[in-house]
Design a protein around this ligand. Sequence first.
Ligand SMILES: Nc1ncnc2c1ncn2[C@@H]1O[C@H](COP(=O)(O)OP(=O)(O)OP(=O)(O)O)[C@@H](O)[C@H]1O
Length: 259
Amino acid sequence: MEIRFEQLSRTWPDGTRALDGIELTIAAGTFCVLLGHSGAGKSTLLRCVNGLESPTAGAVLVNGLRVDRRSLPLLRKRIAMVHQHFGLVARGSGAANVMAGAVSALPLWRVLTGLYPEPLKRKACALMEAVGLEEAHLRRRAEQLSGGQQQRLGLARAFMLDPAIILADEPVASLDPGTGREAMALLRRQARERGATVLCSLHQLDLARAFADRIVALHRGRVIFDGRPEALRERDLAVIYAKGEGAPAGATVGLREAV
Ligand SMILES: Nc1ncnc2c1ncn2[C@@H]1O[C@H](COP(=O)(O)OP(=O)(O)OP(=O)(O)O)[C@@H](O)[C@H]1O
């Protein structure tokens, strides 16, 4: 599905402008990475797509349909989120956490009794295999799994209802670099196979370069770069991660090495 931001602004009651006139169209099937220093507005932009935040001006349109109270029940069935801290039920089994990705499409009695339809169970098994989880992981409680395994569960859960849009808010921030790269590769492969549009905020420039079709950089709620990864130059990075703007620790060293 296409995501369109039309002059989108979000101002907080204390006057902070998290988003300031964002004008963007993300074509269906694009893997779009959002870069920007801490507080630049990345999470707020993501959260406006599934209605967790609402704009103070402008609009978000998904395939031409304006995101609002009326459209959200329908749209939310097509939009999944992947979280930095995985967002799992810590005491739930791996299997229960993956099935949780389908609850919005199930009647309440099935959720309460855990009597899931066979096709959904098969789908959960296929997804868990696709993200590299083994049977033993499914019986273990989520809290007993490693961070990488938990994010694999988070990814399997996100794809349960074949979402057309994936919103990933710093999905690898809690993982070591190698595990983070693997999780990004899984996200990218699963999204590509299904033609899903991905909006993914990241602080890791190397991963943005490796996986994005398109990079959008925000600075104080405005778009300051929009293009293909190879078009990103050091002068852009200098603005994106300007001193004193909350660049992640060591980022400038990493950035210099990367350009
Ligand atoms: N509920 C809120 N009330 C007031 N201000 C908020 C609220 N949520 C976010 N902000 C402010 O809005 C701005 C954008 O925040 P946002 O979380 O979107 O940034 P971000 O780019 O995702 O940052 P990070 O990389 O640290 O997650 C920041 O100045 C933040 O302090």
